[in-house]
Write a protein that binds this ligand. Structure first.
Ligand code: SIN
Length: 359
């Protein structure tokens, strides 16, 4: 299979063992049931209809059983497939009896491969049987939806998320309530040079407080408040500080650059006026939300999706709210995001969480 435009393999990638490469048997492009998707659904950020034309993004692996044990080479094979597909792998045909513990165990092997760990949600209480797991419950006819605006998971952590692994536990009919992804790397590549020059060395603060803090209008906090099935943690120290991240980050495996900011978690760009902040961030968000950078993952029963938060921004589409939807997410801790020179700040540059009035 051809590598997607711009991907380069890491020098240290192991030669895949034959056994591991069998995991990739039958790989194929994602199904795109465009005809089943409701028309005219408006993106809450851009105010434009949700459209996605980047159908080369993502790969389906139909023959991986996530309840199996995986060794280092197996996980490397899956991560390479993910890199080559721009950051999305859809595992179809999972066993209906797959448990939350199987899900966590698979995610843990993805984390172990990078000598890292799982990152439970900092604000939402975990699943009762698996505290590492966030269960996102959208009750039928919910007025507000968790995760409905663009974001990269946990970008407010100093070591922000690498992979998220999402299982559809109660999925809607095919083609509605999809997960929408934008390749922030394709979006970066397509920028005119003068925009790249403007953005490349900017840094911005990311904040959990922006999405979940009191006094902020984030839809995720409102969604949690309006349902009995998602609860806040008792202690939420993550709300106390914001971290400094590069606006353009370099992927640690592929070396690709991507736009690393979101209306959900980014508070402001360092060292520019309020007016410029608004102008630049609005430009970035409108740019990466363009249909040519976006694809939709439609939900089928017994499906698990793994995506790379360093390559993508995503959001939950809410185009058929009469149906209950439950998805379960386990997230892998990554590293401190780095800029095009390999510099990182998030571990050391923290400030008191911004006040609500700032944004
Ligand atoms: C998420 O933001 O992680 C969940 C996306 C979705 O609900 O489709």
């Amino acid at each position: 299979m051809l590598l997607r435009h711009g991907v380069r393999r890491v020098a240290s990638a192991t030669q895949l063992a034959v056994q591991s490469s069998r995991l990739l048997d039958g790989r194929r492009p994602l199904i795109q049931p465009h005809d089943l998707r409701p028309k005219g659904v408006v993106d809450m950020l851009t105010g434009k209809p949700v459209q996605s034309f980047n159908d080369s993004l993502g790969v389906e692996l139909p023959h991986v059983d996530l309840t199996d044990d995986f060794d280092y080479d197996d996980i490397e094979a899956l991560k390479q497939a993910c890199d080559e597909a721009g950051g999305i792998v859809v595992f179809t045909n999972q066993k209906p009896e797959m448990t939350v513990h199987d899900h966590v165990r698979f995610a843990r092997s993805v984390a172990d491969h990078d000598n890292t760990c799982l990152e439970p949600h900092g604000v939402a209480a975990g699943h009762k049987d698996a505290p590492e797991m966030l269960e996102i419950v959208r009750e039928a006819n919910a007025g507000v939806v968790f995760g409905e605006n663009w974001h990269s998971d946990f970008s407010f952590h100093d070591e922000s998320a690498s992979y998220s692994i999402l299982r559809g536990a109660e999925v809607p009919r095919l083609g509605v309530n999809d997960t929408l992804f934008s390749s922030v790397e394709d979006a970066w590549d397509a920028l005119p040079q003068e925009k790249k020059d403007l953005l490349i060395d900017l840094r911005c603060f990311h904040s959990a407080n922006r999405a979940y803090g009191k006094g902020h209008g984030g839809n995720s906090r409102a969604a949690m408040e309006k349902t009995d099935t998602m609860a806040f943690k008792k202690d939420m120290p993550i709300l106390d500080f914001d971290v400094l991240q590069p606006l353009v980050s370099m992927h640690p495996r592929t070396g690709r650059l991507g736009l690393f900011a979101s209306p959900t978690f980014t508070t402001h760009i360092e060292g520019v006026s309020a007016e410029e902040n608004k102008e630049i961030l609005n430009f970035v968000y409108q740019w990466f939300a363009r249909p040519e950078f976006c694809t939709r993952v439609s939900w089928q029963p017994n499906q698990v999706v793994m995506w790379d938060n360093r390559s993508l921004s995503h959001k939950g589409v809410a185009d058929e709210c009469s149906e209950r939807r439950v998805v379960q997410r386990v997230t892998v801790r990554g590293s401190s995001p780095m800029n095009h020179r390999g510099e990182q700040w998030s571990l050391t540059h923290k400030v008191k969480a911004a006040e609500a009035g700032l944004f």
